[in-house]
Write a protein that binds this ligand. Structure first.
Ligand SMILES: CCCCC/C=C\C/C=C\CCCCCCCC(=O)SCCNC(=O)CCNC(=O)[C@H](O)C(C)(C)COP(=O)(O)OP(=O)(O)OC[C@H]1O[C@@H](n2cnc3c(N)ncnc32)[C@H](O)[C@@H]1OP(=O)(O)O
Length: 196
């Protein structure tokens, strides 16, 4: 089940943004990225190269679920991503639910970091294949109100061999508030090196 499609917990803002990006996707310049709880099978052969322990693959990965998709509808991370291939960038529309509270009435910094890492990670994955986050720097500039909708804009800034440098920002829907900014380094995994 694609969990990045609208559901009844989505606010009017979230739905409006989703519809706008779906419209932009009609000419092929943007692409909606589906998102599943536990569908890793498409990449399982790639993953086996880096995690050669067959027992782990069979027992653990078959039970694995994507962390931000492990909340009941509307309570945690509601999000949808759209990718622009020509510009090497991804936009994530994100509504953080009540179970993501940090300071009273606001999102937890770890929840914000999760969505930043996920959005940058998807952008890096599309640009570079199997990558992992090596470094992530976040400036939290304004607190994000719980249950509000924000827009995460991420892009690939530079590629140097196996290293992909990406950045992103989080803004309010009206673009007037800059909530967070981040820079990151993703490293393309080397099939010659074991991760464990
Ligand atoms: C991984 C499987 C993906 C499969 C995808 C399937 C489906 C996708 C579905 C959903 C995707 C959602 C997206 C989620 C994204 C979430 C991503 C994460 O959170 S990953 C988890 C957190 N990260 C880690 O646990 C990584 C731990 N670190 C490592 O394993 C290693 O350090 C490494 C990052 C793999 C790099 O190790 P490696 O041996 O390969 O490289 P080197 O150490 O030789 O470094 C290469 C190069 O990079 C420079 N480097 C490395 N680290 C840093 C750093 N922290 N800061 C600065 N520079 C760094 C290093 O100096 C080398 O540079 P140079 O070549 O110039 O010498």
């Amino acid at each position: 089940m694609d969990l990045s499609l609208p559901n009844p917990s989505w606010s009017k803002d979230m739905r409006l943004l989703f519809d706008q990006f779906m419209k932009k996707s009609e000419d092929g310049s943007w692409k909606h990225l589906p998102s599943y709880k536990n569908k890793f099978s498409r990449r399982i052969e790639d993953i086996k190269v880096f995690f050669p322990d067959a027992k782990l693959i069979k027992e653990k990965i078959s039970q694995a679920q994507l962390f931000p998709r492990n909340f009941e509808e509307g309570l945690g991370f509601e999000y949808a991503m759209f990718h622009n291939h020509a510009e090497d960038r991804t936009v994530c529309i994100f509504q953080g639910g009540p179970y993501l509270q940090g300071a009273p009435g606001f999102l937890h910094g770890g929840a914000i970091a999760t969505m930043i890492d996920s959005t940058l990670g998807m952008t890096a994955l599309i640009a570079g294949g199997i990558v992992m986050t090596a470094n992530l720097n976040i400036n939290f500039k304004r607190p994000i109100p719980l249950c509000s909708v924000v827009v995460i804009n991420s892009q690939v800034d530079k590629v140097e061999g196996r290293k992909l440098f990406l950045s992103c920002n989080i803004r309010s829907v009206d673009e007037q508030t800059l909530y967070s900014e981040a820079t990151s380094l993703f490293v393309k995994l080397d099939p010659e090196k074991s991760l464990t």
